[in-house]
Design a protein around this ligand. Structure first.
Ligand SMILES: Cc1ncc(COP(=O)(O)O)c(C=O)c1O
Length: 338
């Protein structure tokens, strides 16, 4: 099967598996796993942050970031399409006692003006105070849209001015970095906390990193424990992450290139792409999304239905040029059927 449902379906490469097999391990709950420590140090250096924490998932990275920087009853400003708003089982409300203030935007990006409009800081017991802003880079529901480093810096400037924390859900931060030419470190500079996933386009089987000041990460570490995210001989997983950071970042360019080739070929067939999609996530609007999903699967191509009239197609490192050609042929056949 050619699996275009998500970049989370990537499998560890042979080199990554070798690195995992050779990993030195210890008990990370005692902070004694040398490979986890090496991954955290490497990530902190790469993003120019004081400290990093290895967590099992992007969901836990976001939640630990919110818990470490807020108190129950406070408000998070975020996009209406943001992953924590849509896809994280209302964890910020259930676990954090937090209110969300979602802002609508087709690309799921926020601007300083949109944020400024929603900040609540008045001294009145009726209201929940805004204390944190969360942006997503790249945006999942926004079709892989990315912020430039200047856009993030402008949001960071507003947050500093208004005494708010800025968290970046950088599940696909390196996709944004290779697409815009901005470095992960430049993106991180404007944010109080930032996380990225190893288990998406970077191709590792498990794991995310949360980064911030020593104090924020110290607090996040406690919440990782509270959430049951303390892992023991996690060095086998951290080794995959280190391998991904050392060998796989540049390959993201190829995923973006294949996504572009696919889109151009399909636009020539008259398919409608509602979003610009500069990275690896494409949406296609169709009259009968479920019909398409079934027909494509019958021909060996998996895509994700988003709504009755929209599908998602995601390129990743396990899709070769041959897979791309085959996917285009299968889509073309279906498109010409009408
Ligand atoms: C933007 C974004 N943030 C967070 C996550 C959550 O990551 P995980 O599935 O590792 O919990 C995802 C997962 O797809 C995502 O796309």
């Amino acid at each position: 099967m050619i699996d275009l449902r998500s970049d989370t379906v990537t499998k560890p490469s042979p080199g990554m598996r070798e690195a995992m097999a050779a990993a030195e391990v210890g008990d990370d709950v005692f902070q004694e796993d040398p490979t986890v420590n090496a991954l955290q140090d490497h990530a902190a250096k790469l993003l120019g942050k004081e400290a990093a924490l290895f967590v099992p998932s992007g969901t836990m990275a976001n939640l630990c970031a919110f818990l470490a920087q807020t108190r129950p009853g406070e408000t998070i400003i975020l996009s209406e399409g943001a992953h924590p708003y849509h896809y994280e089982a209302a964890n910020v409300a259930v676990v954090g006692g937090l209110l969300t203030c979602p802002i609508p935007d087709t690309l799921c990006k926020l601007t300083p003006d949109q944020i400024a409009d929603k900040i609540v800081q008045i001294d009145d017991p009726h209201f929940s105070h805004t204390t944190i802003v969360a942006i997503e880079n790249t945006t999942n529901r926004g079709g892989g849209a990315c912020y430039t480093t200047e856009e993030v810096a402008a949001i960071g400037g507003l947050c500093r001015e208004r005494g708010l924390r800025l968290h970046c859900d950088g599940a696909r931060l390196f996709n944004a970095a290779v697409a815009t030419g901005g470095s992960a470190e430049e993106y991180a500079r404007s944010c109080d906390s930032i996380c990225f996933c190893l288990s998406k386009g970077l191709g590792a089987p498990v794991g995310s990193l949360l980064l911030g000041t020593r104090e924020t990460i110290y607090r996040a570490h406690r919440f990782r424990k509270l959430l049951g995210g303390g892992m023991r001989q996690a060095g086998v997983l951290a080794a995959a992450g280190l391998y991904a950071l050392e060998h796989h970042i540049d390959d993201l360019r190829e995923d973006h290139w294949r996504a572009r080739q696919f889109r151009e070929a399909m636009e020539a067939e008259g398919l409608q792409f509602p979003l610009p999609s500069p990275t690896n996530i494409l949406y296609i609007d169709l009259e009968d999304a479920y019909g398409w999903v079934g027909a494509l699967a019958d021909e060996g191509v998996l895509v994700l239905p988003m709504e009755a009239t929209r599908i998602r197609v995601v390129f990743h490192r396990d899709i070769t040029d041959d897979d791309l050609a085959r996917a285009i042929a299968v889509f073309r056949k279906r498109a010409r059927k009408g």
